[in-house]
Design a protein around this ligand. Structure first.
Ligand code: PLP
Length: 365
């Protein structure tokens, strides 16, 4: 049997490097609660993401719930169902109503031409997703948000470090959330962050992630617990040293996939854009009119011990817990894409010979 290839493989530093980074913790015994590692990682990420304001979290999901709380969203939020379930859950768990906008067939991000029709008196925000690292049409979203006085929070979980028109994605909209989960381009084992424009959100977010505590004898708000601990932050400090190399290696893998899979009838690849510096987070392939279906390709790869993922299938508005609440027929393009898309294995040290093997299976099916 061929060796097992999973859709992703977490990036980790050499064990010695991580142990070295942890040594002071054995001296100080300061293991969490915004210790030196947490502070250092926050500073380093501020620089890397070219942002004025950043707050770290224990994971990306709670980063999203926390910024929703901090910005005091109410009523309805326009978003897309073609995303990881976290985006929709964060809206619902915050007591808000998600209103699903369809996606564009070209890059799978929110179809900006359909947003205005969904705006009502109750709409308070738009939460678009830079899905697979494909950056949303932020200029049009800005225009709409300004016209209707809406807040924009990007789910940028897939877009770490990317740039568009010379700007880092962390600066788009009012705020962006990032995930540093083990499977993401940059990881802190579990982890996440919010970047944002308004300085005054810093204090609110710091309270939300630590029980609303502001001093030894003062609790100013009803916060929860969503702090990143020192071991996570130390992992982040190490991984950040290597992330540019990792992205460079991912790029080579993506280029090989593109070489072998472009110009095949019925296979659609996402078009690379000149104004975007990509992080090569995912390699989604759309099987639309190909000689085999997405599900057939998925099974054939599995027979060869290769595990691609049906990202994103099902749509979030079709998840069991949301059945009878939302209607997938309202987002026909998202439905169409989710039935035909497959993300292929992609990680920094995926061997090019394995990429060739995967492509041969797809081509020769
Ligand atoms: C990973 C992910 C999240 C959640 O991040 P966690 O760090 O796993 O909590 C949110 N949105 C999207 C699009 C994601 O891919």
């Amino acid at each position: 049997m061929n060796k097992k290839i999973l859709v992703t493989k977490s990036s980790i530093p050499d064990l010695d490097e991580y142990v070295e980074e942890l040594k002071d913790l054995w001296e100080t015994r300061w293991l969490t609660n915004m210790g030196v590692k947490h502070q250092l990682l926050e500073e380093k990420l501020k620089e890397y993401l070219d942002t004025e304001n950043i707050t770290l979290f224990v994971n990306g999901h709670l980063a999203l719930e926390s910024i929703i709380q901090a910005m005091d969203l109410k009523g309805e939020v326009i978003t897309t169902p073609f995303t990881f379930i976290s985006t929709t859950h964060a809206i619902v768990r915050s007591g808000l109503t998600p209103v699903f906008c369809d996606i564009s067939y070209d890059d799978y991000t929110i179809d900006v031409s359909k947003i205005e029709d969904l705006i009502t008196e109750r709409t308070s925000a738009i939460i678009p997703v830079h899905v697979y690292g494909n950056i949303c049409d932020y200029q049009e979203i800005d225009r709409i948000a300004k016209k209707y006085n809406l807040i924009v929070i990007y789910d940028a979980a897939h877009a770490f470090g990317e740039r568009i028109d010379g700007r880092n994605v962390s600066n788009l909209g009012d705020a962006s959330i990032f995930s540093f989960h083990a499977t993401k381009v940059f990881n802190t084992i579990e982890g996440g962050a919010v970047t944002y424009k308004k300085n005054e959100l810093k204090e609110k977010l710091d309270q939300i992630k630590n029980f609303g505590i502001t001093g030894p004898e003062s609790i100013e708000s009803v916060g929860g617990n969503a702090k990143m601990n020192e071991f996570q932050a130390a992992m982040g400090i190490c991984n950040l040293r290597h992330v540019d190399d990792e992205i460079e290696k991912r790029k080579k893998v993506v280029e090989r996939y593109r070489e072998r899979l472009s110009d095949i009838k019925g296979i659609k690849l996402y078009e690379e854009k000149e104004n975007v510096k990509s992080n090569y987070a995912y390699f989604p392939v759309l099987f639309d009119g190909y000689k085999a279906t997405r599900d057939e390709i998925f099974e054939e790869l599995k027979k060869n011990n290769i595990f691609a993922r049906k990202y994103f299938y099902p749509l979030t508005n079709d998840a069991q817990c949301y059945k009878n609440k939302f209607n997938v027929e309202e987002t026909p393009t998202a439905k169409y894409v989710s039935e035909r898309i497959l993300t292929l294995p992609l990680y920094a040290d995926l061997e090019l010979s394995d990429v060739d093997r995967i492509c041969d299976i797809i081509r020769n099916i």
